[in-house]
Design a protein around this ligand. Structure first.
Ligand SMILES: Cc1ncc(COP(=O)(O)O)c(C=O)c1O
Length: 356
């Protein structure tokens, strides 16, 4: 199988499994797991923050961040394609009782003026805006990397207007490698930052939420409330420590393969942009038909919508796989891989609504 659906589909390498097998463990809910304690210390240090919390998923990291930065009835501002707005099962409303204010960006990158305009003035009618979430790289935006100035300016504006800041860095390491800007520098303006071990870094499970010690302490309580306190979880933390030492620089290979894939697909007459990182989005006439046509050749792709596909490079995709995929796309009929149909014309206004 050539599985391009996500960078979450990787399996631990032999060396990672060896590190997991040899891990020192204890009961982490008692704070006794030496591998988790070390991973949290390393994560905090790499992000330039005081403390960190190991959690099962990127979703839980974001939800804990939202919970510790807000009170019920608050408003959280985020980009319209952001993960907590689209893919976290309405968690912010259920867990924190907040409303989300989605602001459209360009390829997932927010304009400072648009965020400024979205922060409501204090008024008895308004839900007070108390948190800005920024996503780097931006998944739905196409794996896009924020220019460092934009990250800084968004955080500075939020703080000036009295909002806290959270950076959803599920794929922050991809942004670090693509931009050559260190993780602690990218996260500098943000009160909290999360990153995932189970995406490009090749671990089976795990994310970290990093920030000031008092917030992380509160986050530890929210993790317990959500049932995310884990016991001898050092086996997973050991995978994370291994990945932070061995799987970051190689992300550049995933980015190169994503570029080569998109260039090959352009030659196969596909509507695709050159990616900045490891996420390749394509617009086609019939995404479900393309997905079905590739399946018998052992190629798995993700249909984001009826006309949009996502192909993701990762640790288990090599150069040979990229060539196989480009050849398979080349052979597909234009009727399914061609450009998406133009949007349907709006229906004529009802007779009574026609201007006289
Ligand atoms: C930007 C972003 N944030 C958060 C998450 C959530 O991560 P998880 O699947 O570990 O819950 C994802 C998952 O793809 C993501 O892309």
């Amino acid at each position: 199988m050539i599985d391009l659906r996500s960078d979450t589909v990787t399996r631990p390498t032999l060396a990672m499994k060896k590190a997991m097998f040899e891990a020192q463990v204890g009961d982490d809910v008692f704070g006794d797991d030496p591998s988790v304690n070390r991973l949290e210390a390393v994560a905090a240090e790499r992000m330039g923050k005081e403390a960190a919390l190991f959690v099962p998923s990127g979703t839980m990291a974001n939800q804990i961040a939202i919970a510790v930065h807000t009170r019920p009835g608050d408003e959280v501002i985020l980009e319209a394609g952001a993960h907590p707005f689209n893919y976290e099962a309405g968690g912010a409303a259920v867990i924190s009782g907040v409303q989300l204010s989605p602001v459209p960006g360009k390829n997932g990158i927010l304009e400072v003026a648009a965020v400024d305009a979205a922060i409501r003035a204090p008024n008895v009618h308004h839900a007070p805006g108390t948190l800005l979430c920024v996503e780097d790289t931006h998944n739905r935006g196409g794996g896009t990397v924020h220019p460092i100035e934009r990250l800084d300016d968004l955080a500075a504006l939020a703080h000036k207007r009295g909002l806290a800041t959270h950076l959803d860095g599920a794929r922050l390491w991809n942004a670090v490698v693509a931009s050559h800007v260190a993780a602690d520098r990218r996260a500098r303006g943000y009160d909290t930052v999360s990153f995932c071990l189970s995406k490009g870094l090749g671990c089976p499970v795990g994310s970290l939420l990093c920030g000031p010690a008092p917030l992380i302490d509160r986050g530890r309580r929210v993790r317990k409330l959500l049932g995310g306190g884990m016991r001898q979880v050092g086996y997973l933390a050991a995978a994370g420590l291994y990945a932070l030492d061995h799987h970051i620089e190689r992300l550049e290979e995933d980015h190169r393969r994503a570029r080569e894939l998109s260039m090959g697909l352009m030659l196969a007459q596909i509507d695709v942009k050159l990616p900045q990182t490891n996420l390749v989005y394509l617009d086609v006439a019939d995404a479900y038909a393309v997905r079905a046509a590739l399946h018998p050749s052992g190629i798995l792709v993700h249909a984001v919508s009826t006309t949009r596909l996502r192909l993701v490079t990762h640790l288990d995709i090599d150069d040979a796989a990229i060539e196989v995929v480009i050849r398979a796309f080349d052979k597909l009929p234009n009727s399914i891989k061609g450009p998406p149909p133009p949007p349907a014309a709006p229906p004529p206004p009802a007779a009574s609504a026609r201007p006289r």
